[in-house]
Design a protein around this ligand. Structure first.
Ligand code: HEC
Ligand code: HEC
Ligand code: HEC
Ligand code: HEC
Length: 114
């Protein structure tokens, strides 16, 4: 009984420890906007994160030490300081693809057909 309690304590400690060091990013995600005028965008987070080593390249305001979704700060509309979510994604995604000379640039290469 005591052994089991100790094991549970270790397991709980490990969850807290790894959680504090880094949030586990999902491998694949589907990015969707609020207005839904365009089809959703399949995003391979794992492949991108393996190529672009520094999380902060994309998670550029990671002040809290946790990786935050872009929509936490970038809303449906620009607010004077921050660009709207659509611009935030388009700028970051397309600028890098352009710079790298790789990755999709055309609407339907990112957005699923509706
Ligand atoms: C490199 C990938 C990429 C390309 C290329 C791209 N988009 Fe997007 N777009 C996104 C992502 C990611 C979002 C945010 C998620 C979403 O809203 O679907 C987005 C959002 C949008 C939105 C807001 C949708 C909503 O439902 O709020 C519109 C409209 C849009 N894109 C139109 C376009 C058009 C038109 C083109 C071509 C000129 C284009 N996009 C090219 C990735 C891309
Ligand atoms: C090439 C750009 C890029 C890199 C590099 C990157 N991410 Fe992300 N990450 C994204 C995008 C885009 C999203 C989707 C955000 C959204 O849905 O608003 C995301 C989402 C996440 C989420 C889920 C956030 C949520 O919505 O709750 C976590 C966690 C995360 N990333 C962690 C990481 C970690 C840790 C690293 C470094 C190992 C990393 N990311 C590197 C672009 C990137
Ligand atoms: C904690 C809040 C916060 C989060 C989360 C956040 N941003 Fe931002 N973002 C800002 C602010 C504030 C600005 C205004 C310019 C600045 O201070 O860098 C900005 C500006 C931008 C810009 C414009 C930069 C330029 O050169 O004009 C882009 C593009 C952008 N963010 C993309 C993203 C993407 C993509 C994500 C998610 C991976 C994201 N942001 C997550 C707060 C945030
Ligand atoms: C910092 C650089 C960088 C950013 C930011 C970035 N990409 Fe990419 N992306 C790449 C590169 C490089 C490739 C080409 C990979 C290859 O061909 O080996 C790529 C390939 C892709 C592909 C085709 C291959 C695949 O993984 O399915 C899609 C789709 C894609 N990116 C979507 C996005 C979207 C959506 C965003 C924004 C949320 C984004 N990318 C942001 C660098 C970036």
């Amino acid at each position: 009984m005591r052994k089991l309690a100790a094991l549970i304590a270790v397991a709980v400690a490990m969850v807290f420890f790894t959680g504090a060091v880094m949030a586990a990013p999902p491998d694949k995600m589907v990015l969707k906007g609020e207005t839904k005028t365009k089809g959703p965008v399949a995003y391979n987070h794992k492949a991108h994160a393996e190529k672009v080593k520094d999380c902060k390249t994309c998670h550029h305001k990671d002040a809290a030490g946790k990786e935050q979704g872009c929509g936490k700060c970038h809303g449906a509309k620009a607010d004077g300081k921050k660009v709207a979510m659509k611009e935030a994604f388009h700028t970051q995604c397309k600028d890098c693809h352009k710079k790298e000379g790789k990755g999709p640039m055309k609407c339907d290469e990112c957005h699923a057909k509706k």
